[in-house]
Design a protein around this ligand. Structure first.
Ligand SMILES: [Zn+2]
Length: 184
């Protein structure tokens, strides 16, 4: 985060990016969306301490039936984080259809909207598994966008296949910098 900050990046939410892409909203010169998948305790305890040094929000993709409890999620919403759906139980969505698929995609969003009063306009495919039927279900549930684990920059032209760079601990600052510089 210190490297990003000193290189001119500014953390924003995915909602802010979509507002700029589709509704004339504004973004800083070098926006970056920091995302966390699944909902692990350190994502809402350790990560906010680091990000708050720069006044940056992040996006938390929560598995709504597991992982974090409401009292753990509310503080990051207070900090301006975006909380979105990562399905109800993290199944391979390409193996589901009909009501089961609809439940995983739509019920998770309904829960977040009702419980926290947040829009939850973005979805994260569990294990980055998705196909045309998955995308159709995500669109039907009213999401504005959805993220994958395909390495690359997100594009406004593919709102339901927004690429990301996965940064593991072992990648370090050098790995992060190489991803950002080598991106499309
Ligand atoms: Zn996941």
């Amino acid at each position: 985060m210190a490297w990003l900050h000193s290189n001119g990046y500014e953390g924003v939410t995915l909602d802010q990016v979509e507002s700029a892409w589709y509704h004339g909203g504004t973004l800083p010169a070098n926006p970056i969306v920091i995302t966390f998948d699944n909902g692990y305790p350190e994502q809402v305890t350790f990560a906010p301490k680091v990000l708050s040094r720069y006044g940056w929000p992040a996006v938390l993709f929560e598995i709504t039936e597991e992982h974090l409890r409401p009292f753990e999620i509310r503080p990051v919403i207070e900090l301006g984080w975006e909380v979105d759906s990562h399905s109800v139980t993290h199944p391979d969505l390409t193996e589901l259809s009909g009501q089961e698929l609809e439940y995983q995609v739509a019920a998770s969003r309904r829960y977040l909207r009702r419980k926290f009063g947040v829009p939850s306009d973005n979805f994260c495919y569990p294990s980055s598994e998705y196909d045309a039927a998955t995308i159709a279900a995500v669109k039907h549930a009213g999401y504005v966008g959805a993220v994958t684990e395909n390495a690359g920059y997100a594009s406004r032209d593919l709102p339901y296949e927004l690429d990301r760079y996965e940064i593991e601990g072992g990648d370090g600052v050098a790995g992060l910098a190489a991803d950002l510089e080598g991106g499309n």
